[in-house]
Design a protein around this ligand. Structure first.
Ligand code: NAD
Length: 363
């Protein structure tokens, strides 16, 4: 039995998390595995009910679980709070740090039926299958920061700090993952300007001798942003620091049709965290318009990385592929000639397809 901490959070979180659980319940029946779900508050919902974004009981539940499934946090209602109390800074960042989750894996895989959904040309996005390995507990988001008054106005700064150890562990992980894929690693930095990037690049250069079967390319982040939308098929695994990874992974979502298609896994500690790459999407929250596929695919990553249920994970991914091939779409991935369905209906379709295919294979 696997214990899963379920944190729906804010915005579309409470709409998409139940769809992932629907699919996990089908996995449970089909593969004879038991999942135990315990729900807890996080983000703005926790601020409203408990007065803080990451209540101690939520953190304790995460420590006691085998994996964490998170919807999303944040929204306009809490945007005016001081930075240290806002859902993202007071819940997400400390949760990742306390669970020791130093690596965020964000695959950008284009399901073939969605080639028309990207605003980019079909011939550009076809064949996109890359994975961004983003450092998650260092860099600008965690370095010293300050904002204070001066005689003429204000001064503010954030600090991008990295140690050799922090760079080594994420780069080693990226090399290991590259070995399980097409054996090409692109290390992204800004070594022409930033000192922390020069340490990053030197570290990658040193470590690459231990992985002679993996080819390595160094790329500046500005060039990488351009190459991602020019020729995405040149990438296999991209490894980069926290801020660059945050930005590049949202950009990569355009290749897959929508942010609603990108799952993520944050790993590195005993308990890993799975969440969609997108945020709480306040513009569509509460309207059954959100795409639940990133959340469902995040649950598939949980099956694979936390529970080593590779077959079940692959079955969920192929159920998603078939639902898309049958022409079903949420609004964000709609293209002419396809059928628009709501959040819960999309979850039902994936569950039904998973049940049909798995029963057929077993019979
Ligand atoms: P966002 O990712 O929430 O939304 C950006 C755009 O993508 C919106 O148009 C939204 O409708 C769309 N989108 C995102 N997920 C979608 C889905 N599953 N289906 C369909 N469309 C989807 O980013 P934002 O607007 O910059 O931020 C909104 C809030 O979310 C902010 O408070 C932000 O801080 C927070 N946020 C949270 C996380 C997180 O919980 N990990 C990540 C990013 C942003």
């Amino acid at each position: 039995m696997y214990k899963i901490a379920v944190l729906p959070g804010d915005g579309i979180g409470p709409e998409i998390v139940p769809e992932a659980i629907k699919v996990l319940e089908a996995v449970s029946r089909l593969y004879d595995i038991e999942f135990q779900y315990t729900e807890a508050l996080i983000g703005g919902a926790a601020i409203d009910k408990r007065g803080q974004a990451l209540p101690p009981e939520t953190l304790e539940l995460c420590y006691q679980s085998d994996a964490v499934l998170l919807g999303s946090v944040g929204g306009p209602k809490w945007d005016t709070l001081p930075a240290e109390k806002r859902p993202e800074t007071a819940a997400l960042l400390p949760l990742r740090k306390k669970l020791g989750l130093y690596a965020n894996l964000r695959p950008a895989y284009l399901f073939a039926p969605l080639a028309e959904a990207s605003p980019l040309k079909k011939e550009v996005v076809s064949g996109t299958d890359l994975l961004i390995v983003r450092e998650l507990t260092g860099g600008l988001y965690f370095g010293e920061k300050k904002r204070e008054k001066t005689a003429t106005g204000e001064v503010a700064y954030d600090t991008m700090v990295y140690t050799t150890e922090e760079i080594e562990r994420i780069v080693r992980l990226a090399f290991t993952i590259a070995r399980q894929r097409r054996r090409h690693l692109t290390s992204v930095d800004k070594a022409n300007v930033l000192t922390s990037s020069r340490l990053w690049r030197d570290t990658v250069e040193r470590l690459k001798n231990e992985y002679p079967d993996v080819t390595v390319t160094h790329m500046y982040v500005d060039n990488c942003a351009m190459q991602l939308v020019r020729r995405p098929d040149q990438f296999d695994v991209i490894v980069t620091e926290n801020t660059f990874g945050d930005i590049l992974s949202d950009q990569a979502s355009v290749l897959t049709g929508s942010l609603g298609m990108i799952p993520s896994a944050s790993i590195g500690g005993r308990v890993a965290l799975y969440e969609p790459a997108g945020g709480s999407a306040p513009d569509i929250a509460g309207q059954q318009k959100a795409n639940p596929l990133a959340m469902i695919l995040s649950a598939a990553m949980m099956l694979k990385y936390s529970f080593k249920l590779d077959q079940a994970a692959a079955a969920v991914e192929s159920a998603v592929d078939r639902v898309l091939a049958e022409g079903y779409r949420t609004q964000d991935i709609y293209s002419p000639g396809t059928k628009v369905v709501g959040t819960a209906a999309m979850g039902d379709l994936v569950r039904q397809e998973l049940e049909r295919e798995t029963r057929w294979k077993k019979s």
